[in-house]
Design a protein around this ligand. Structure first.
Ligand SMILES: *[C@@H]1O[C@H](CO)[C@@H](O)[C@H](O)[C@H]1NC(C)=O
Ligand SMILES: *[C@@H]1O[C@H](CO)[C@@H](O)[C@H](O)[C@H]1NC(C)=O
Ligand SMILES: *[C@@H]1O[C@H](CO)[C@@H](O)[C@H](O)[C@H]1NC(C)=O
Ligand SMILES: *[C@@H]1O[C@H](CO)[C@@H](O)[C@H](O)[C@H]1NC(C)=O
Length: 481
């Protein structure tokens, strides 16, 4: 007995030790929540902790997320969405934000907030300058409000920027030529000066996948980390991957603006697993299997040796994310929508054949699918019905180069109908489609194409209260008897 116990204790200690040692220093994740069915925030936080991930970047400061993070010690970057930037140009409004979403959590056992992200890629070219006037005043107001609240030494405001703030690779043929985009150069210099005054970092999102997306001339090996046959040579430095080249382009742009030593955070980097011919599990595996050991080695880039603070994009798939940039947008997760890891990934960066720890206690809906009814006679409304389903559910795996692209026409319809049925929590009425669909208990997934069963999403607080009330009443009744 005691031998077994001792073994168990040693095993637990060793596992604990392994978990403690197994992180890339500074590795964080982006946790977006644009999903039709969200896992309970507590489940997500537990999943992060189980995997030794102790930094997270959010896209808002939602209360349920913050409550789940409270007391965990996980370092948090909260955010102000772009549509709130104009409001934050009013200092009293910015102060309210800080009171309500920062100061409120600043106590022993509260939330370990380190950064406030002001906007999300607000200078993106495709926004046509919609946020370029409101971003900087919002940044100033938020940091000043943090300073006034006595939190400015510990909590920094920063503006996560897309790498297009320093133009396209054709604008910067080599990293040392890096400069901010001419149309926003004055604003960027102003921004960088303010960050420097407050010892705040510059935050940049770097996407080797997007360098490749829609650019068939891009040398594919340059997107990864296992060597490129034709490196970019810059002042005797050989660049063999676009991540380093991109990062050093920013270093050069900062240097040209007079702040060559400004700390840099990589706010987002990752690889999607579906929705494009270059978005799949093998390529994502190749990307992370190169990125993580590099980060663990703390070598940095040619112009900036040393550790890099990095947030992976992203933690979980988001089936309701806008696909304006491309169908891959809903497939960035290192975990599926249900907290299952997608591929082997060693977050310690030691290159072992490890698997991420899945989410615990996730509840699924019943094993029921919605499929095309093979006995349907009138197919004239089929296209219309598929379009309807795909407007409210995620059909991106059906697209060219995606995981379900090889299906025949009937299975195509089934995929769309099932996706809608699951989003509607398997409501029988949601599997009719004018007689074109029927419910089945047979798993209609194929080898490459997964017909998913949705999870039971989080309770709204109202229904949770009614559950508590119900339990309370039962207890009262039992006591009365
Ligand atoms: C606090 O954050 C929440 C969630 O992002 C946001 O909806 C709310 O407007 C913020 N509060 C204030 C006072 O700005
Ligand atoms: C930006 O301008 C282009 C071209 O004029 C337009 O198609 C696009 O919708 C605009 N985007 C935004 C966010 O205003
Ligand atoms: C299945 O649907 C996709 C996306 O709508 C379409 O591109 C493809 O051609 C369809 N395949 C068949 C066999 O109808
Ligand atoms: C359905 O089948 C697929 C492929 O075999 C499998 O991965 C999946 O787990 C199955 N789903 C359920 C709910 O059993």
């Amino acid at each position: 007995m005691s031998g077994v116990k001792l073994k168990t204790v040693v095993w637990i200690l060793l596992t604990g030790l392994f978990v403690i040692c197994s992180k890339v220093e500074g590795l964080g994740v982006n946790w977006g929540t644009m999903a039709t069915h969200k896992m309970d925030p507590k489940t997500v936080v537990q999943m992060m902790v189980d995997n030794g991930i102790n930094k997270v970047k959010l896209f808002d400061a939602e209360q349920s997320t913050m409550s789940a993070l409270a007391g965990t010690g996980v370092e948090v970057m909260i955010a102000i969405p772009n549509d709130q930037l104009a409001a934050m140009n009013d200092y009293s409004r910015a102060k309210k934000f800080v009171q309500r979403n920062v100061t409120r959590y600043n106590f022993n056992g509260g939330v370990n907030i380190k950064y406030v992200a002001v906007g999300n890629e607000p200078y993106l070219k495709s926004y046509n300058g919609s946020f370029s006037k409101t971003t900087f005043p919002a940044l100033q107001n938020i940091q000043n409000a943090l300073n006034e609240a006595g939190l400015g030494d510990k909590i920094k405001a920063t503006v996560p920027s897309n790498a297009d703030v320093y133009g396209s690779p054709t604008d910067n043929p080599v990293p040392s030529a890096g400069r901010f985009r001419p149309d926003i150069n004055d604003q960027m210099v102003q921004l960088v000066q303010f960050l420097a005054q407050n010892n705040a970092p510059f935050t940049v999102n770097i996407y080797p996948f997007l360098s490749l997306y829609g650019n068939d001339d891009f040398p594919i090996d340059f997107a990864f980390f296992d060597g490129a046959p034709q490196p970019v040579v810059d002042n005797g430095i050989q660049y063999t991957n676009v991540f380093d080249a991109n990062y050093d382009t920013l270093v050069s742009a900062l240097k040209a603006a007079g702040f060559g030593d400004m700390p840099i955070i990589v706010g987002e980097v990752g690889w999607p697993t579906d929705g494009d011919k270059n978005a799949n599990i093998n390529m994502a595996y190749r990307f992370y299997n190169g990125l993580l050991p590099r980060l663990a080695a703390n070598k940095g880039t040619p112009l900036r040796p040393g550790p890099i603070e990095v947030y992976l994009f992203g933690l979980i798939d988001e089936d309701a994310k806008s696909i304006a940039p491309g169908s891959f947008e809903r497939h960035w997760g290192i975990f599926r929508y249900d907290g299952q890891p997608k591929f082997g990934m060693d977050i310690s960066g030691r290159g072992q054949n490890a698997m991420l720890v899945p989410a615990r206690n996730v509840r699924y809906q019943e094993k029921k699918w919605c499929q095309f009814n093979p006995n349907a006679k009138d197919l004239s409304k089929l296209g219309e019905n598929i379009n309807f389903a795909c407007t409210f559910a995620d059909c991106t795996p059906l697209g060219y180069g995606s995981s379900c692209n090889g299906l025949d026409a009937n299975a195509n319809a089934s995929y769309a109908f099932n996706a809608y049925f699951q989003v509607q929590n398997q409501d029988e009425m949601a599997c009719n489609f004018q007689g074109l669909a029927m419910v089945t208990t047979l798993n209609i997934s194929t080898e490459t194409c997964s017909f998913n069963i949705q999870i039971v999403g989080t309770y709204s607080s109202a229904s949770r209260i009614s559950v508590y009330l119900f339990v309370y009443l039962i207890v009262l009744v039992i006591f009365a008897l």
